[in-house]
Design a binder for this molecule. Structure first.
Ligand code: ZN
Length: 233
């Protein structure tokens, strides 16, 4: 890997798909006749909070039955073995990176396993349901919502992400469609700053032309292979 020291990795739905977590986005996916876009917005939550909370309760329960796959495990291995800077920016709201053992993970779209209190702004680790409106453990208000970034809301920690990209020597995008901004724009930011870029994805993404290199296939095969190359260089 020559003079690579600082690495930023972006992961998306493609890496969790092989663990059986579907996104409801491919194939015009519907949930109880609702488009996911219609339950993953602040407007939907204001209009029909029971519907939105039930949807997220179901997702929260589902991810707890899934396991990390070899792609998550390889990235955890990279995290523990890489001496330079490393940041795994994930668009996924599951905890499979962490369960595989990765530490340097940033959830730009939040996480299913937190509840966020809109009264006191405190986030609490959460594994149960929210639809019954349990009180916030911090302030007692019944004002908890999923700690997930909805359509139309600002992703978390963008300054930290752009800061890491500025310091990076290599940007790797894994299992993302290249369709959802701002993450889809990271490759262009990286290129503009002279960072080398690599895509690992099932198929060419919408942004594939922006990458210096691209490899296409299953994340569970490509990622362990790439991590071996990096750690043995
Ligand atoms: Zn509270």
């Amino acid at each position: 890997m020559g003079n690579i020291r600082n690495i930023v990795i972006l992961t998306g739905a493609g890496i969790s798909a092989e663990s059986g977590i579907d996104t409801f986005r491919g194939g015009g996916g519907l949930w109880e006749q609702h488009k996911v876009e219609d339950v993953a917005t602040p407007e939907a939550f204001a209009r029909d909070p029971d519907l939105v909370l039930r949807f997220y309760d179901m997702r929260r329960e589902a991810i707890q039955t899934k396991e990390p796959n070899p792609a998550h495990e390889a990235l955890a291995q990279l995290d523990s073995g890489w001496k330079g800077e490393l940041l795994i920016v994930t668009q996924n709201v599951d905890d499979l990176h962490e369960r595989a053992g990765a530490k340097r993970v940033l959830h730009m779209h939040g996480t299913h396993l937190n509840a966020w209190c809109t009264a006191c702004d405190v986030r609490t680790p959460w594994r149960d349901t929210l639809v019954e409106r349990p009180p916030c453990p911090e302030c007692g208000e019944r004002a908890l919502r999923p700690d997930v970034v909805w359509f139309g809301e600002m992703p978390y920690e963008m300054e930290r992400i752009y800061g890491a990209l500025r310091e990076a020597d290599l940007f790797v995008s894994i299992g993302t469609s290249g369709a959802v901004y701002p993450a889809a724009g990271f490759v262009r930011e990286a290129r503009a700053m002279g960072v080398r870029t690599l895509e690992l994805n099932l198929e060419p993404s919408q942004g594939t032309a922006w990458f210096d290199d691209a490899r296409h296939g299953q994340a569970s095969k490509l990622v362990p292979q790439w991590v071996d190359e990096v750690l043995s260089s």
